[in-house]
Write a protein that binds this ligand. Structure first.
Ligand code: NAD
Length: 545
């Protein structure tokens, strides 16, 4: 799909000349539900600001039309047995791995990240596809629950498709946060109305092509393009469940809009994630882990670490090792694995990073590594940056930077570390490093976070896709991954079948008189309530659940 590989030279390699073949682009553009009134939009490559593609956009009426088409497709898909739907996910898994180099190129070109970070997205989605491909039929199978009258009330809980799921995705993980959220919806029997971020539409359109090539019925995933406050908001108006990933501020707007329609939402929002390094660690191993935790995805990752608390007994040794390893990272651009850290994605992202660093420095912070905007490598390339002495009220201490910047501070004890880690409105991810897994588990139990990783930054919990992943507080609500993430996209129905209402007759004789609520009204209410109370007491004594 891409005609050349190598590190970009912004002077001589305008991306427009070497990106997509016109036929490929036409094919992808043809999948947008758009119309001429909405016009077109050209999006640009972060590495050079060169135009990548010009795509049709959608009006609010296009969104309504796409939702109708998705709903029609869902009626047939929802009737397909869960086992057959799951098979599609396993085919997607295989095809994704086969075609990975195409999507790695697209993710890098649209987002600017390093190839290794783009590969993390491929691996992440493959894990989700495999897990749900194997486990979804079991998660979705009707469950037996204890009934009201043991032996006479049989209860099944069913997990039916919810209908059309709206996915409003950001730009930072363009494959994980589109395909990764589409797969559980498809497994649940839902259709999807997908609105990718305007910065990363090509990856989302490629995803639809992949799904169809894997055997997904055409029309089940509809893509609309346009601004968040117009097209993103219109998606919320037409779906039965909203999956939103983005900032806390926008999450509040989306949740309120969904709530107006009494439609549930899953909100995966920001984080200001902290890591604690205890005094018993192998300093070099912890420093390497911290580098991965802080700078993966150029720090534009909701799970990445931006606050690093180190026990004072190892603080200086850790700081030296961490700064050395950070400075050794290869920063750059290019469709290969030569760079460890890529570019930021946009001018807004660069401005936020620069502002946080300058604000910290003006308050007395010092730079241990990085702190340089590398215009020689690309317009938005910023070196991975380690700061120490960042003031408690500095923006880099409290607000999400969403870039490759971390504030390093010493702490005197586990208690001080726990207090510092919990001192945030966000509660998405936390990380603890200690040689003692028992101490790690005890610390984890005291942390307010949707996930805690012991001796890892974020990959251990994120990659364990059988377990739920989500935040609390300003980091959102609901979960992706695991049984919880799948069942969130279903409508739960309890079916209770009552036996005995007609009485039980054996050999022409009534051995059990008709039961049921009618007896309360038409029988002797006082005798009935006395008997019912006796039964309640007996059930308590018999420890019935
Ligand atoms: P953002 O909130 O500005 O935008 C997110 C998306 O929402 C964009 O595509 C935007 O166009 C759209 N949008 C804007 N207004 C909207 C509206 N009224 N209705 C519907 N959609 C609207 O966030 P961003 O800066 O683009 O993304 C980065 C943020 O996402 C960070 O805060 C990051 O932590 C968060 N994030 C969270 C997770 C997670 O899983 N918790 C994952 C990735 C990113």
């Amino acid at each position: 799909m891409v005609a050349d590989h190598g590190v970009l030279d912004p002077e001589t390699d305008p991306l427009a000349t070497f990106v997509l073949e016109p036929d490929d682009l036409r094919e992808l553009a043809g999948r947008v539900v758009g119309s001429p009134e909405a016009g077109t939009r050209t999006h640009h490559a972060p590495w050079t600001r060169a135009p990548l593609a010009t795509l049709p956009q959608s009006t609010a009426e296009d969104v309504a039309r796409a939702a109708r088409a998705a709903r029609a497709a869902q009626r047939r898909w929802g009737a397909v047995p869960a086992r057959d739907r799951a098979r599609l996910l396993l085919r997607v898994h295989d095809l994704l791995l086969e075609r990975q180099s195409d999507v790695l190129d697209l993710v890098q070109l649209e987002n600017g990240k390093a190839r290794g970070a783009a590969y993390e997205e491929v691996a992440d989605v493959a894990l989700v596809a495999r897990h749900l491909g194997r486990a979804a039929p079991r998660y979705l199978a009707p469950e037996r629950r204890p009934g009201l009258v043991p032996g006479l009330t049989s209860v099944r809980v069913r997990h039916d498709p919810v209908g059309v799921v709206g996915v409003v995705a950001p730009w930072n993980y363009p494959l994980s946060l589109t395909l990764g959220d589409v797969l559980p919806a498809l497994a649940a029997g839902d259709a999807v109305l997908l609105r990718p971020d305007p910065q990363t539409p090509l990856t989302a359109l490629w995803v639809v092509e992949l799904l169809e090539d894997a055997g997904m019925p055409r029309g089940l995933v509809q893509v609309v393009l346009g601004d968040g406050p117009t097209v993103g908001a219109a998606v919320v108006d037409h779906v039965d469940h909203v999956v939103f990933t983005g900032s806390t501020e926008t999450g509040r707007v989306v949740a309120a809009r969904a709530a107006e329609r009494l439609v549930p939402s899953t909100l995966e929002l920001g984080g200001k994630n902290g890591m604690y390094v205890a005094e018993d660690v192998d300093v070099e191993a912890a420093a390497e882990g911290a580098v991965r935790a802080c700078f993966g995805g150029t720090g534009q990752l909701c799970m990445s670490v931006e606050r690093l608390y180190v026990h004072r007994d190892v603080h200086d040794a850790f700081a030296a090792a961490f700064a050395r390893r950070t400075r050794a990272l290869r920063v750059g651009t290019g469709l290969d694995h030569r760079a460890d850290i890529g570019s930021l994605t946009s001018a807004e992202q660069l401005a936020r990073v620069v502002e946080h660093v300058e604000d910290a420095l003006s308050g007395g912070a010092r730079v241990l590594a990085g702190g340089v905007h590398r215009t020689d490598l690309g317009p938005y390339v910023y070196e991975p940056t380690v700061l120490e002495g960042v003031g408690e009220h500095a923006r880099a201490s409290r607000d999400e930077t969403f870039g490759p910047v971390v504030a390093l501070s010493p702490v005197a004890s586990d208690d001080e570390a726990v207090a510092a880690l919990n001192d945030s409105a966000y509660a998405l991810n936390a990380s603890v490093w200690t040689r003692s897994t028992r101490r790690g588990a005890a610390l984890a139990a005291r942390l307010r976070a949707g996930s805690v990783n012991v001796n890892d930054g974020y990959q251990a919990s994120w990659g364990s896709v059988a377990a739920p992943q989500g935040g609390r507080g300003a980091s959102g609500w609901g979960h992706r991954h695991g049984r919880e993430g799948l069942l969130a996209l279903t409508a739960t129905r309890t079916v209770a079948v009552q036996r005995g209402v007609h009485g039980v007759r054996v050999g022409g004789r009534t051995v059990l008189p008709p039961l049921g609520p009618g007896r309360v009204l038409s029988g002797d209410p006082e005798r009935w309530t006395a008997a019912a109370t006796a039964v309640l007491r007996a059930a308590r004594g018999a420890r019935l659940r």
